[in-house]
Design a protein around this ligand. Structure first.
Ligand SMILES: Cc1ncc(COP(=O)(O)O)c(C=O)c1O
Length: 383
C-alpha cells in the first residue's frame, strides 16, 4: 500500500551510486576502499572536549535558528580574515546562518530562490546532491559540461543562462575532480552573474583543502574576496573530520540569509546544538600537516597513473577523477566492476556526470591501502 502513496518527487530521486559501493564495501572482506568521501583522521581533542563539555553543561536544547552567537561570531571573524573586513559583523548587509551540514545550506539556499520551472547551473561533473535538489524543487538543474579540464568558466556558463536562471552553483575545490578555479576565473564568473542578475552560490566545503600550488596569497580563491552579492556555503565535516556532526554555515546578503533562516525554522529547526559548541575551536586549528599529507598522496596518485591514464591534477579536496584508458574500450561502470572484483572500491563517473568515461578515486585512505589499490588499478589499465 505504501508504494502507492509515494510521491513522484520522491520516486524521481535515485538512490546514490556512492551508497551502493559503500554497501558493497561493508560486505567485502578486506576491501581497498578508495571510494570514501570523508577524511581519514579523527576529530581533534579540543573539538571533542568542547562538544562533550556542552553536553555535560546541559546545552542540549534547541538553539536560536540562526545558530549560537559564539559560533556565528567565529564564522564572521573567519570570513573577515579570508575576504576582508566587509564580511565582519559590523557590516549588517551581510549575515550568516549555521546549517545542518553543507547539504542543509545548499537545500535552504535553493529552496529560498527557486520556483517550479526555474533553472540553476551546475558543473558537470557535479556533487551528487545538486541535480537531486533540482528534482525536489521541480526546478531544472542545467549541467555545464566542463570536460576535459573540469573548469567551470564564465565562457562555458554564459551560453546556458536564460531568463529563468536564478543561480550558478560553483564548487571549488570540487568533488569529484579536485579542481580549484583561479581568482581570475572566479572574478569572471562573479562579473557574469552580477551582470545577468543571477546568484552565485559557492560551495566551499573543501576550502581548507586547497593545495599549495592552487592557493593565491596563501588562500583558496573564492568569490567572497571580490563580491558581497554571492552566497558562500562551507562545512566542518570534511575539513575537521566530523561529517557525522552535520554542521556547516552559509554567509551572504542579509535578506537571503533571513529567508534561509525562516525556512530552517520550518524544517531543520536548528543545527545540532552541542556540536555547534564543538566546532567553535575548529577555527584555531592548524591543518598544515593534514594538507601536506593529502598533497603527498595526490602525488602518489599522479605518479601511479602517469603514462597509463589521463588524470587532471587536483588542486584541492582529496579526490582524483581518472579517465578509463580508451584503448580498454570499456565504460567506467565496467572498469569499476573489474576493480571491485579485485577488492578496489572506486566510484564510476556516471554517478557524478552524464558521461561514463571516468572514475572517482578518493585518496582519503592510508598510504599503504592507497598504494596497494593504485597498483591494482594500474595493472588493470595495462592489460
Ligand atoms: C561538494 C560537496 N558539497 C556538499 C557536501 C555535503 O556535505 P555535508 O556532509 O556537510 O552536508 C559534500 C559531501 O560530500 C560535497 O562533496
Amino acid at each position: 500500500m505504501i508504494e502507492r502513496l509515494l510521491s513522484a518527487r520522491s520516486r524521481s530521486i535515485d538512490s546514490s551510486g556512492i551508497r551502493k559501493v559503500f554497501d558493497l564495501g561493508t560486505k567485502m572482506v578486506d576491501p581497498i576502499n578508495l571510494s570514501i568521501g570523508q577524511p581519514d583522521f579523527p576529530v581533534s581533542e579540543a573539538m571533542k572536549e568542547a562538544a562533550i563539555a556542552a553536553i555535560r553543561e546541559n546545552k542540549n536544547g534547541y538553539t536560536v535558528t540562526q545558530g549560537i552567537p559564539q559560533l556565528l561570531a567565529a564564522v564572521r571573524q573567519r570570513l573577515a580574515h579570508d575576504f576582508g573586513d566587509g564580511w565582519s559583523t559590523t557590516n549588517q548587509d551581510l549575515s550568516a546562518v549555521i546549517t545542518s551540514g553543507t547539504s542543509g545550506g545548499i537545500l535552504l539556499a535553493l529552496m529560498s530562490i527557486l520556483d517550479p520551472g526555474d533553472e540553476f547551473i551546475s558543473p558537470d561533473p557535479y556533487f551528487v546532491m545538486y541535480p537531486q535538489v533540482g528534482k525536489l524543487l521541480s526546478a531544472h538543474c542545467v549541467l555545464c559540461d566542463t570536460y576535459p579540464d573540469f573548469r567551470m568558466t564564465a565562457a562555458r556558463v554564459e551560453p546556458l543562462l536564460t531568463e529563468r536562471t536564478k543561480a550558478v552553483l560553483l564548487n571549488s575545490p570540487s568533488n569529484p575532480c579536485g579542481t580549484v578555479l583561479t581568482s581570475k576565473e572566479i572574478a569572471d564568473l562573479v562579473q557574469l552573474c552580477e551582470r545577468r542578475g543571477v546568484l552565485l552560490i559557492s560551495d566551499e566545503i573543501y576550502d581548507e583543502f586547497c593545495f599549495s600550488d592552487a592557493r593565491e596569497n596563501g588562500l583558496c580563491p573564492s568569490p567572497g574576496r571580490v563580491s558581497n552579492n554571492c552566497l558562500v556555503i562551507r562545512g566542518f565535516g570534511k575539513t575537521h573530520g566530523c561529517t557525522g556532526w552535520r554542521l556547516g554555515y552559509a554567509a551572504g546578503p542579509t535578506p537571503l540569509i533571513q529567508e534561509m533562516a525562516k525556512l530552517q525554522q520550518s524544517t531543520f529547526v536548528c543545527a545540532p546544538s552541542p556540536l555547534q559548541w564543538g566546532v567553535v575551536p575548529s577555527f584555531q586549528e592548524d591543518l598544515t600537516s593534514v594538507l601536506e599529507e593529502y598533497e603527498g598522496r595526490r602525488q602518489m596518485v599522479l605518479d601511479a597513473f602517469s603514462g597509463v591514464a589521463n588524470v587532471t591534477r587536483p588542486g584541492g579536496a582529496f579526490y582524483a577523477f581518472v579517465e578509463v584508458p580508451q584503448k580498454l574500450n570499456l565504460t567506467a561502470a565496467h572498469f569499476v566492476e573489474q576493480a571491485i572484483a579485485k577488492r578496489v572500491l572506486i566510484i564510476p563517473g556516471s554517478v557524478f556526470s552524464h558521461r561514463d568515461t571516468h572514475f572517482r578515486l578518493s585518496f582519503a585512505a592510508s598510504r599503504a591501502k592507497l598504494s596497494e589499490g593504485l597498483g591494482i588499478l594500474r595493472e588493470l589499465m595495462s592489460k
